[in-house]
Write a protein that binds this ligand. Structure first.
Ligand SMILES: [Zn+2]
Length: 185
């Protein structure tokens, strides 16, 4: 009977003994399953960077916190965030890549920029960047870094999915989700 499993990271689990501490084994099984799909996911829309594996706890911690809120404004922001994270947003350039007929203006109708892609929408649209919104104003200073790194790590800068290597987690605190230990990507 099967009673042992070695994770891709080389950790051994004796299944009979793991009954008393099932959580660690479950996390390792989930991580292992996810690892098998990262390369395929990295080839999906704005998924580059996911091939290096994803830190799901940090990636999803904001959505978890927002789901607990009862405010309607939080619900709409949560819906927008989940849309972006699941690659369900469709900037004009993406529409243009998947249809044979032109669906209208490629140019950004807000700022007049030539290419209306996700990098423009999230970081470079001057109209959006000037909006009187605290979240936008607080993150505008990251735009130069986003422009530098979005090609290699689109998953982080254009979808809000954090690659595993960006999270610096002290030993023994791997499962804490209340604090971020993040190195500059
Ligand atoms: Zn614009």
């Amino acid at each position: 009977m099967l009673n042992a499993w070695v994770s891709p990271q080389g950790n051994s689990y004796e299944l009979e003994a793991a009954k008393n501490n099932i959580q660690g084994l479950l996390y390792a099984l989930i991580d292992s399953y996810n690892d098998l799909h990262y390369v395929r996911a990295s080839n999906h829309y704005d998924g580059k960077g996911m091939q290096f594996c994803v830190n799901w706890q940090y990636t999803l911690s904001l959505t978890y916190a927002m789901r607990k809120s009862k405010e309607s404004t939080v619900f709409s922001r949560l819906a927008a965030l989940e849309t972006v994270m699941s690659a369900a947003s469709w900037p004009q350039t993406r529409v243009g890549q998947t249809t044979i007929t032109a669906l209208g203006e490629e140019r950004c109708q807000l700022c007049g920029a030539d290419v209306r892609d996700s990098l423009l929408t999230f970081w470079n649209c001057s109209y959006i960047n000037d909006l009187d919104c605290q979240y936008i104003q607080d993150t505008n200073h990251l735009a130069p870094l986003a422009n530098q790194r979005a090609e290699e790590f689109a998953c982080c800068w254009l979808r809000g999915i954090m690659p595993k290597s960006f999270a610096q987690i002290p030993e023994g605190k791997e499962r804490l989700t209340d604090r971020f230990y993040c190195i500059p990507p």
